[in-house]
Design a binder for this molecule. Structure first.
Ligand code: AMP
Length: 272
């Protein structure tokens, strides 16, 4: 395994490769990331993991400066998972002064996460487009954990005619149901206990659906009840294209939750 910091060096290594799997991350790797890496390892000859805490997708006042940076441990996770290249660029390697920018779609890019974190998806799409162009993988792996991010990346790939196959990977959870996230490490013990209301609320939602309930407002209200101890940003049920729906479409809907537990913002979802 090689750690590469320069775009030109990575391109040299990958120039003649026709089976490259790519996993973009912000590091602080956990088993959610590992699921993406394992899938990439199984499906490609060469596996590239990028580790880059992208400044442009953090808003003023968010956790950019204190975001966990655990490179030594991340390198070990990658090595043990059979990664070929870690791409670890500096900000100056990938960003330019007065550069052009890409904008998230006006509607789907500015609801839910895009509404609560205005501009976040512009920065996210900007870096993902850059990374996809640098690595030029055949397959790129993204977690369903960030469902709206995944949908916007799929939209970008389609509408900008990018030549890459986007592979969605299921959410990995802790044994108690909490979705793994690099931000979970900000939680105190008691905050973590309270955060378990998130997967519980999703379970309540999915059980209601399984028992025949289809009204999104009825389901959302029951979920809001289960989350009332937390500071809720939103609970929503949307179609997989992120259009609003009044009635759940089985096999084509997503239940989404975003809350704050203390100072930590957590998101989770369930595809139904
Ligand atoms: P991040 O490092 O948080 O930017 O995440 C990098 C990639 O890992 C994204 O595609 C995430 O959706 C994915 N990811 C993060 N947490 C999980 C999880 N618990 N299960 C599956 N994928 C995840």
């Amino acid at each position: 395994m090689e750690v590469i910091t320069r775009v030109a060096d990575l391109r040299n290594r990958l120039d003649k490769e026709s089976s490259v799997g790519f996993v973009p991350t912000m590091g602080a790797l956990h088993n959610g990331h590992k699921a993406l890496i394992d899938r990439a390892r199984a499906e490609n000859r060469v596996v590239v993991v990028s580790i880059f805490v992208n400044p442009t997708q953090f808003l003023e006042g968010e956790d950019f400066s204190k975001y966990p940076r655990t490179f030594d441990k991340d390198r070990e996770v990658c090595r043990l998972s059979g990664v070929d290249y870690i791409f670890l660029p500096d900000v100056d390697e990938v960003y330019f002064s007065d550069e052009l920018s890409i904008l998230a779609p006006k509607e789907r890019g500015f609801t839910l996460e895009g509404f609560h974190r205005i501009g976040h998806f512009n920065g996210m799409l900007q870096i993902v487009l850059k990374l996809l162009n640098i690595v030029q993988p055949q397959n790129a792996y993204f977690g369903k954990k960030d469902a709206q991010q995944l949908a916007l990346i799929q939209q970008m790939v389609k509408e900008l005619f990018l030549r890459v196959n986007i592979v969605p990977v299921d959410i990995i959870r802790d044994r108690d149901g909490l979705a793994l996230s690099s931000r979970n490490r900000y939680l105190s013990h008691s905050e973590r206990d309270r955060a378990l209301a998130i997967p519980k609320s999703l379970e309540i939602g999915s059980k209601l659906i399984m028992s025949g309930e289809r009204s999104t407002s009825v389901i959302i209200n029951r979920m809001l009840n289960a989350l009332q101890e937390l500071d809720i940003d939103y609970v929503e049920i949307v179609r997989r294209d992120f259009q609003n729906i009044e009635s759940v479409e089985i096999g084509n809907s997503i239940i989404l939750v975003a809350v704050r537990v203390g100072n930590t913002r957590l998101i989770d979802n369930m595809f139904v």
